[in-house]
Design a protein around this ligand. Structure first.
Ligand code: UDP
Length: 343
């Protein structure tokens, strides 16, 4: 079984990817500093798989600790690098924290990988690199724009670092996956998103509102140039997104990948915020308390993916509907309610 190091493997997308990697026959090794994840993600993974997954409580900015992991786990075939801070608003307030953590962890990881001659990397990027795109849907050739937050800039800079490495003559092979909006949870409801405090993202805010934890959802603006005036996003089920990582690893291992490749990972369909709310209501039968509020500064009015490249090159295609994703997010919310009331 090929070992794949998964940094941030106890996080939201990381934990789902650990499950999919295992089911595809890989042996994931988790590295996580638990700054924005919880031990219970490991319990959830173990419960789904029927066995524990090796996990190191290690910070990717700590070169010595990361070196220890590579020394202990001989024969790592590749790395998926999720570990990063991801709150847009916080990144505006604390830019240095974001630059230090997100860029430092990548460069540290790359140095350690080079030392151990591990030359296959999947990097978590984001559609945020497209900024406010001039044309839709966005393809991988759509120009990358100036980022509108330090968080977004770290993704852009990390892509540039990998591109520089690719032209340097290094034997590193990198695939950057540009995620659209990951939502939902594993169908077992044993792992899912664990937002810290008040959620910034739409779907955890929806599920917490329906569960009575939040009073109401505020929809940020209904005066955009879209069919119902609310913003458009491409919501992708986190299990589909996790599977994109598996096919990216397959491609790297097969030796077919170029020095650096970029792929959009979305469904190819844009939905408005109101459509997302309606999908949640239809899927779950819950009525959501919401109001229309002012626009949120920095929001991109509309973006969704052209996924032709991922389909043709990786053989990737999403299979879950928006309703299924919403139902899974709700099942996970219910699981959280039950387990916290037992605690
Ligand atoms: N959104 C909203 N209310 C919320 C959270 C989000 O109306 O409480 C909207 C937001 O304006 C955007 C969409 O939902 O149009 C997705 O927002 P999210 O923060 O989940 O993702 P991102 O902005 O990064 O695409």
């Amino acid at each position: 079984m090929k070992k794949i190091l998964v940094t941030g493997g106890a996080g939201y997308i990381g934990s789902h990817t650990v499950v999919e990697l295992t089911e595809a026959g890989y042996e994931p090794i988790i590295v996580d500093n638990f700054s924005n994840s919880e031990e219970r993600a490991l319990e959830g993974i173990a419960s789904i798989l029927g066995h524990e997954v090796t996990c190191y409580r290690t910070d990717c900015n700590d070169a010595a600790a990361l070196t220890d992991v590579f020394e202990k786990e001989q024969g790592i075939a590749g790395v998926i690098h999720f570990a990063a801070y991801k709150a847009v608003g916080e990144s505006v307030a604390e830019p240095i924290k974001y630059y230090h953590n997100n860029i430092g962890s990548l460069t540290t990881l790359l140095q350690v990988m080079e030392k151990f001659q591990v030359n296959k990397l999947v990097f978590s990027s984001s559609c945020t690199v497209y900024g406010i795109p001039d044309q839709l849907p966005v393809t991988e050739l759509t120009p990358v724009q100036k980022a509108n937050s330090p968080y977004g800039n770290t993704k852009k800079i990390c892509e540039e670092i990998l591109t520089d490495l690719a032209v340097s003559g290094s034997d590193m092979r990198s695939i950057a996956l540009r995620y659209f909006n990951p939502i939902g949870a594993h169908p077992s409801a044993k792992i899912g998103e664990l937002p810290l405090g008040v959620p910034n993202n739409l779907v955890p805010f929806i599920t917490q509102t329906a569960a009575g934890i939040r009073q109401e959802l505020t929809i940020f603006g209904d005066d955009y140039d879209t069919p119902d005036g609310t913003c458009i996003r491409d919501y992708v089920h986190v299990v589909d997104l996790a599977k994109a990582h598996v096919v990216a690893v397959d491609r790297l291992i097969s030796g077919k990948a170029d020095n650096i490749e970029f792929f959009n990972v979305g469904t190819g369909t844009g939905n408005t915020v109101l459509e997302a709310v309606q999908a949640f209501e239809r899927a779950t039968g819950e009525k959501l308390n919401y109001k229309i509020g002012p626009r949120r500064p920095g929001d991109v009015p509309k973006i969704y993916a052209d996924v032709t490249k991922a389909t043709e090159v990786l053989g990737f295609k999403t299979t879950s509907t928006l309703e299924e994703a919403m139902q899974s997010a709700w099942d996970w919310q219910m699981h959280l309610q039950q387990t916290s009331s037992k605690a």
